[in-house]
Design a protein around this ligand. Structure first.
Ligand SMILES: Nc1ncnc2c1ncn2[C@@H]1O[C@H](COP(=O)(O)OP(=O)(O)O)[C@@H](O)[C@H]1O
Ligand SMILES: [Mg+2]
Length: 271
């Protein structure tokens, strides 16, 4: 028997349109996606296809219209307490220092202040922010804010890490540094990771497995690829590996048409 950390089983998500409540939009249709304990899985798909929707379902923030979510074999009810969530947008509270931001989740879980402070400081150091704990978010660079957000999630020591395009706003060098650091931290702890991205290079460089989603509506997985590249990996260097190039062209052959479809749909929606 395989140990699954997270299972999304036959998930469908149907939304009502904001302007016309009688109109329905099927964002995700009958999607099954499993992440093993310790596995790093990326989901790629065009913008607007339903990636965040799926992740929200896994986090327990959105109830699917049909289907089931299991967390370590148990049906999920309400918020997924075994998962930590890293959003695409800024998640730090601007009126709290970096240290206070990292401490918040720990205090919320009932950890005494002194212990929370100690652990938060440890995590800030681990993500390269030793000495920056007293800075407020506006006093940190974009990359540093992402590091603080990462410390915030990892300090809670979740068994499942959900990341929704966490580095898409960063410049390429900062992004690659962060990707490598996430891989190094992951290698130490081997948590289950569900990583959402629209960037195929990032998905291949980071993952054990890449799942490709079709363009919406009625998004579903249309391809799944084992990434058999050696670890540890350097996300910049691995891109020149012959196997990387091969995997990239195989996956891109599946993804390409969906990206074009997704782009056309975005234009139509905007019109
Ligand atoms: N709460 C909602 N109400 C109505 N439509 C939604 C809602 N959330 C997402 N959608 C629609 O579902 C589709 C998928 O959205 P999303 O999961 O955010 O895509 P992605 O993360 O892949 O860019 C989009 O067309 C979006 O407009
Ligand atoms: Mg999204």
């Amino acid at each position: 028997m395989v140990d699954y950390a997270l299972e999304l089983l036959n998930i469908s998500c149907i939304f009502r349109a904001k302007d016309d409540r009688t109109q329905r939009y099927t964002a995700v249709a009958d999607t099954t996606l499993r992440v093993r304990a310790g596995e790093f899985v990326s989901v790629v798909g065009p913008t607007g296809c339903g990636k965040s929707t799926l992740l929200n379902v896994g986090a327990g923030l959105l109830e699917p219209s049909s289907g089931e979510v299991k967390v370590f074999g148990q049906p999920l009810e309400g918020i997924n307490a075994r998962a930590g969530y890293m959003f695409q947008s800024e998640a730090l509270m601007p009126w709290r220092s970096a240290l206070d931001n990292v401490m918040l989740g720990l205090q919320y879980r009932g950890m005494p202040d002194a212990k929370a402070r100690e652990l938060a400081n440890e995590w800030l150091a681990r993500v390269g922010l030793a000495g920056f704990g007293d800075r407020y978010p506006h006093q940190l660079s974009g990359g540093m804010r992402k590091r603080a957000a990462l410390a915030q999630v990892l300090a809670l020591d979740p068994d499942i890490i959900l990341m929704d395009e966490p580095f898409s706003a960063l410049d390429i060098q900062t992004r690659q540094l962060m990707e490598n650091e996430v891989l190094a931290l992951w290698a130490g702890k081997k948590k289950a990771v569900l990583f959402i991205t629209h960037d195929l290079d990032e998905a291949i460089a980071m993952s054990d497995r890449v799942v490709v989603l079709s363009a919406g509506p009625a998004t579903r997985p249309i391809g799944e690829f084992e990434i058999d590249l050696p670890r540890p990996r350097d996300v910049a260097e691995v891109r020149t590996h012959p196997r990387f190039v091969e995997l990239h062209s195989q996956i891109w052959a599946v993804l390409r048409d969906e990206v074009l479809k997704g782009y056309t749909q975005q234009l139509r929606k905007a019109a």
